[in-house]
Design a protein around this ligand. Structure first.
Ligand code: IVH
Length: 676
């Protein structure tokens, strides 16, 4: 039996739960010493969620429930930094670090330095007022950053409330990063769904922090380390001391026992720290790209002062990219969706920068020629920031006798068509657009991907299966698919998953024209360019009839893109596909306010949508409401006819609907209404 609390009791319980949850969160994510099981933690979280849902007025912005993501953020306002965010001067040689230390010691006498890791992530500024997190800003241009507070709250190692007696206002700075394991798991998941994999943890972190939906950010499991503190009144006059104080307040800071942070007052001590991490860095679960050496004394830091963009009291030593020699076993030629044929080296597996490298990119035919690659060569592979390593050199002295040279093929390895190469382009292409299997399937994969037509349920493997079963040969065929045909494919194609695909395809008809244009996969027309063109031109008919000179008048469109667009519409096959897509109901024009509704099933109704949907994107469901004559509203009021609730509808909205007696329906019921 659930007992109901009055408001005062609820407030007390919410406070208690919040404190306990934050403490256990800290024990888990900051101290790595959990005291309760995950299940107990979840129970407490559920209880808090339920109470906040019941008493929305009692839910604080820093409630632990916000860690799983609050409301959708629409944009990130720009905010000036109270203290500018500087960068570090980089050095790539140990001599430079030595000179830095000697210069300071000569002028100011022997002094203590603090050595830290240089985390390879994204800088963050965290402001706390009266111990409460109030703002999280990106570095931006150093003067102003973007306010990403809602996303920052989802990072578990960032405390929402501080312990002890911190100054009334303070700013902690640190790095947000994604661990190797989390990064690899994310990419495996994306691969499974047929989505493009991310290049490296750093860019993925940066992209994640700019996501509009904090719930998605929460799922990415980002981490944080604090490396500096700003306040009117600092707790100590030492960099090291301030970091330790930050730890006591509840921040995750580098662990001295693991030598993530250390101190020395001699060149030898500093060099030893650098040498240690140059060796050990590959065993770390997070990416670091160097070591930072800082003058420890804050008064001495102030005396040394700043250069234009960086302090005189710190220097970063960057590790060299790791390189190794290994044997070239073979070369595969990979055919992409645009027909570009890319050589990929197959290598004798070698450990490099913490991962086993089996393949490396060789970019194009010129690169093969430049390296004069032969099978069996010992090649040097290098891994910089990117996940895909590259071949940088060949050890000619160790080439086996009678080694055969690697030749770039004259014909497509998949379909045998002679390859072509445009002037001024480094890539060779297979021109057999409509007959070359990998081009066809990869084009369809691109078409259904999230940033294109966003057809959930379809991905790399499913597309291959549909193609090999003879069900789809091009993107227009998707719209002729029947559920019976999918069910007939047998194991793994059940009622639910096939319905999801059919619904997803139907829902994609509401995807806006700019995304459709990107989905078509016209060579060189990426997401951003597609948006520009769609807005400038307005419809596919307009675009298909534009002369090259007119196309060049659109911002972002240069010679290469204009030619590619002309070529696309010049091909009969493409024109036919566009016509079939149009006939199927896919958006071929930008929507404007005076677009006529297609039915009046929702006429006179004002509808609020909330949460995440299975068969609609957010824009998609709004479009569908308007297409059926309804009006979309952002907030619930007495005028709201009903709310369509997806998964994870915000508790505040749910409470509001309850209060005003507004009906809440789910996605399936909404579909029945419009499809009736
Ligand atoms: S101190 C003025 N310490 O490196 C001092 N920065 O090039 C600047 N970084 O944007 C920051 N680890 O994101 C400092 N232990 C560390 C760091 C660190 C990584 C990043 C930081 C900054 C960039 C500076």
């Amino acid at each position: 039996m659930e007992k109901t609390l009055d408001k005062k009791e609820a407030a007390r319980r919410i406070h208690q739960l919040s404190e306990d949850l934050e403490r256990h969160n800290r024990l888990y994510y900051v101290e790595a010493k959990p005291e309760i099981s995950d299940q107990e933690f979840d129970f407490m979280m559920k209880e808090l969620e339920a109470l906040e849902k019941q008493w929305p007025g009692l839910a604080s912005a820093n409630s632990p429930t916000k860690r799983v993501g609050g409301d959708i953020t629409r944009e990130f306002p720009t905010v000036a930094h109270r203290w500018p965010m500087l960068s570090l001067s980089n050095s790539y040689s140990r001599e430079e670090v030595q000179e830095f230390v000697e210069r300071i010691t000569r002028a100011h006498g022997r002094t203590l330095f603090t050595m830290e890791l240089k985390y390879d992530g994204v800088a963050i500024s965290l402001t706390y007022r009266n111990g409460e997190l109030v703002q999280g800003l990106t570095r931006g241009d150093g003067e102003k950053g973007e306010d990403i507070t809602a996303n920052v709250r989802t990072v578990r190692s960032i405390p929402l409330r501080l312990h002890g007696n911190p100054p009334a206002e303070l700013e902690a700075r640190g790095e947000i990063l994604m661990g190797r394991k989390e990064f690899e798991a994310l990419n495996r998941q994306r691969e499974g769904k047929g989505e493009d994999v991310f290049a490296n943890p750093r860019n993925t972190t940066a992209g994640t922090l700019k996501l509009q939906d904090p719930k998605l950010v929460a799922k990415r499991h980002l981490q944080n380390f604090i490396y500096s503190l700003n306040a009117g009144d600092l707790p100590t006059q030492s960099q090291y001391g301030n970091i330790m104080q930050c730890h006591a307040w509840g921040f995750r800071t580098p662990d001295p026992q693991r030598r993530f942070i250390a101190q020395a007052d001699t060149v030898e001590g500093i060099m030893e720290f650098i040498a240690h991490w140059d060796r050990e860095r590959h065993h770390l679960e997070i990416g670091i790209d160097g070591v930072v050496v800082k003058v420890d004394s804050i008064p001495l830091q102030e005396e040394l002062g700043l250069r234009a963009k960086s302090p005189r009291w710190a220097i970063a030593y960057k590790f060299p990219a790791e390189q190794k020699f290994t044997k070239l076993l073979g070369v595969e030629f990979f055919v992409g969706r645009t027909g570009a044929v890319t050589p990929v080296a197959v290598l004798d597996p070698v450990e490099l920068a913490g991962t086993t490298v089996k393949r490396a990119s060789i970019h194009n035919a010129d690169q093969i020629a430049k390296l004069d690659l032969h099978f069996g060569d010992l090649v040097q592979v290098e891994k910089g920031g990117e996940i895909i390593p590259k071949i940088t050199a060949v050890d000619l002295a160790r080439r086996p006798a009678h080694a055969r040279p690697v030749h770039y093929p004259a014909h497509c390895p998949a379909c045998g068509t002679p390859l072509v190469r445009d002037e001024d382009e480094a890539q060779h292409y297979c021109p057999n657009e409509h007959g070359c299997p990998p081009q066809i399937t990869r084009r369809i994969e691109h078409f259904v991907s999230r940033k294109a037509m966003d057809i959930g349920g379809l991905g790399g493997e499913t597309v291959e299966t549909l193609f090999h079963a003879g069900l789809v040969h091009n993107v227009a065929d998707l719209y002729d698919l029947k559920q019976e045909q999918l069910l007939a494919l047998g194991k793994g194609w059940g009622e639910r998953s096939t319905q999801l695909i059919i619904d997803g395809i139907a829902a994609s008809k509401a995807i806006p024209f700019e995304q459709v244009l990107f989905a078509l996969g016209i060579r060189h027309v990426g997401e951003v360019v597609a948006k520009k063109i769609a807005r400038a031109v307005g419809s596919i008919d307009q675009l298909a009839h534009m002369a090259k000179e007119e196309l060049l008048g659109i911002g972002e469109v240069g010679e290469v893109i204009a030619t590619s667009i002309r070529d696309f519409f010049g091909a009969e096959g493409n024109r036919r596909i566009v016509e079939r897509l149009r006939a199927a109901g896919v958006q071929m024009a930008a929507t404007t306010a005076h677009r006529r509704p297609q039915t009046d099933r929702l006429k006179g109704l004002t509808i609020v949508v909330s949460g995440v949907f299975e068969t609609f994107t957010r824009d998609g469901i709004k479009q569908t409401i308007e297409d059926n004559g309804g009006k979309v509203s952002g907030s619930i009021s007495g005028k709201t006819s009903f709310v369509v609730a997806g998964a994870d509808m915000g508790p505040a909205k749910l409470a509001k609907a309850g209060e005003l007696g507004v009906k809440v329906i789910d996605e399936a019921e909404f579909r029945r209404m419009i499809e009736a």
